[in-house]
Structures are given as C-alpha cells and as structure tokens.
Unconditional design. Structure first.
Length: 343
C-alpha cells in the first residue's frame, strides 16, 4: 500500500514537473526568455496545489475499486460531481476576477487623469508666481511629514497631503495675478482681495467629488489661526481641521526657508524660534511641538535632495487604493485557491 502511494506521488510530481517545464519551454522559446525563470514565475508556486489536487484522482480510483460489479462501479462518478462543480465555480470566479481587474485598470486610468489635472493646476499657479516655484509640493511633503509624526496614516494622511498640495490653487483666478507679481507690499484693499484665495481654493478643490469633504475643509481653513484671528472665518482652536493647522505651519516653514526677493532663506533654527514664538496664538501648540522635534521635517528643510525625492509626482498621494475592489480580489483569490484544491 505504502509502495503504491509512493509510486503515485512520484508519478504526480514527474507529470507536473515535466508538463510545466515543457509548457515553459514553449513560452520561453516564443518570447525569447530563459526557460527556468519562466517556469519559476508561472509554475513553481502552484506545483504544490497541483500535486495536492492529484490525490483526488487517487481517491476516485480507490472508490472505483471498492465495488466489484459493473454498474455499481459507476458510483465513483458521484464523487466526481462536486469536482466538476468546483471546476465550474473556479471558471466563474476567474471571469468575475477578470471583471474586477478591468475595473481596477479603469480606476488606474482615472487616477492618472486626475493626477495630471492636479499637476496642471499646481504648475499654473507656480507659473504666475515664480518666487514660489515648487512651494505647493514642498508644503505637501512637509505636511505629510508632520501628519505622520502626529500618528496620522491611511486615507486621512493622503487627504491632508492632497489638501496641502492644493491649498493655494484658487490663486489661479485672474484677480490674483497682479497681486502675485507685485514687487512691493500689498495695499489694504489688495490684501483683502488676496485673503479671498482660501475660499476660492476651496471652491476649486470642491469641484473634485472626492475632495468635497475633509480636503476641501482643510484648504478652506489653511489661514485660520489657533487664537481665532485668522481668515476667512476666524475659527478658533480645535474647531479648525487638524489638516489645516498642519498646512498653516508647513506653509510658514516653506515661506521662511526659501529665498524671497527681499531676503535670503532662513535656517531651520530661525523657523523653530518663530514657531515657538507664535505657539498657542497663530499655531496649534501640539502641532508646533511635534514639528520642531521632527527629524523628517528638519531633513526636508535642510536637505534639498531629500526634499526633491519626497516631492516627485509619484510620491503625491493622489492615487488612493481601491479598498473595496482590492478586498474583493483577495476574497476571490482565496476562493480560487480553495477551488484549485478541489480540482
Ligand atoms: Fe494660502
């Protein structure tokens, strides 16, 4: 009995290895790739399933031998019925999986289109204000670093990063163009116009359905102060969205640490002094404490190469993972594996 099982097992292994190697050879020859890597990638990982599934054939043969007259030997067909059913289910699941893959692909294309639209908007504003070139990306990178250090992650982190990237997007409106390019200080009247950019930015951001909630409110409030003396609504303390409080600090850090027409970039130490000076009045004290102690923020400010690395298009958190589709895929993967075992 043991000898029979061993022989069967050896036969199964030999069959699947030779079969999959021959298929890999054909694939390799037709695609110009080495046979062994093709075999490893496509066949090696499922070899275990195939060999395990072959025990079903052994069970069917055993059942066939349990009956000695002609007609009752056909009982083993009853054993095959669920296997045929599992095979059918497996084919259906493959089809559904394929549909989900197509949805994922369509989602990826939409993400790319959205990313390109946002890139265009950010670049349009920066083209109007040459002194702040790269400002939005740097504020996005700094906000992400501060938010991470505050323990924020997942979709909320991505939303804060997106809000930071788009915080000044309303400056694309024509009325801001002369103000952005003005050399001297703004008059009171001009300053009042400039202050409307927070609301204008929020309106534009709200045109994207996925940004209408949290992202929009962070953009709307990015000039609100902790003590309620900010704009546009004079919101106080924790009533200001946390993302907006983070962006307010990141915005200040970037403004201080980049060259301006009227002064050179300041050091991070000067920034720390400034943040601590206005801790509890302009800035959220908790966010200030995290920011001044953040290794990543310090590195972003002092290491331009690192900053550039953190602000490439790829790093922008515009492509949210599709949780529903991904979890469905995992489910179907699991069922498929189970179905394979039953083949
Ligand atoms: Fe702003």
């Amino acid at each position: 009995m043991f000898g029979t099982l061993l022989a069967f097992f050896a036969g199964s292994v030999a069959y699947f290895v030779v079969n999959s190697l021959l298929v890999s050879m054909v694939v390799g020859l037709s695609t110009g790739k080495a046979v062994l890597p093709v075999w490893q990638r496509n066949s090696l990982w499922i070899l275990g399933y195939d060999i395990a599934a072959s025990t079903m054939a052994l069970a069917a043969a055993w059942l066939y031998l349990q009956f000695d007259d002609g007609l009752s030997r056909l009982y083993f067909l009853l054993f095959l019925a669920p296997i045929v059913g599992a095979k059918h289910l497996y084919a259906r699941l493959n089809h559904v999986q394929h549909l989900y893959d197509e949805l994922d692909h369509a989602h990826d294309k939409l993400e790319l289109a959205l990313r390109e639209q946002l890139e265009m908007m950010v670049k349009s504003i920066e083209a109007r204000d040459p002194y702040t070139s790269g400002h939005s990306r740097r504020v996005a990178a700094l906000s992400k670093a501060i938010a991470s250090d505050l323990g924020i992650n997942g979709d909320v982190l991505a939303e804060i990063e997106n809000a930071a990237l788009l915080h000044d997007v309303g400056k694309i409106h024509a009325e801001f163009a002369p103000l952005l390019q003005k050399e001297g200080r703004l008059t009171q009247e001009e300053w009042e116009i400039m202050k409307t950019h927070a609301t204008k930015s929020a309106e534009l951001v709200g045109l994207f359905s996925r940004f209408q909630g949290h992202v929009r409110s962070c953009v709307q409030s990015h000039h609100e102060r902790w003590d309620g003396k900010g704009y546009p609504h004079g919101v106080v303390g924790e009533a200001i969205p946390l993302g907006a409080r983070i962006i307010m600090i990141s915005d200040t850090i970037d403004a201080m640490t980049t060259d301006r027409p009227y002064r050179k970039a300041l050091t991070f130490e000067r920034v720390v002094t400034e943040l601590q000076k206005y801790r509890g009045s302009q800035f959220d004290p908790g966010v200030v404490d995290v920011t001044v102690n953040s290794v990543t923020v310090r590195r972003l400010v002092s290491d331009r190469a690192f900053l550039a690395e953190q602000t490439t298009t790829r790093s922008l958190a515009l492509g949210r993972v599709r949780p529903a589709l991904r979890s469905q895929s995992s489910f179907f993967d699991a069922v498929r594996v189970a179905a394979r075992d039953g083949e």
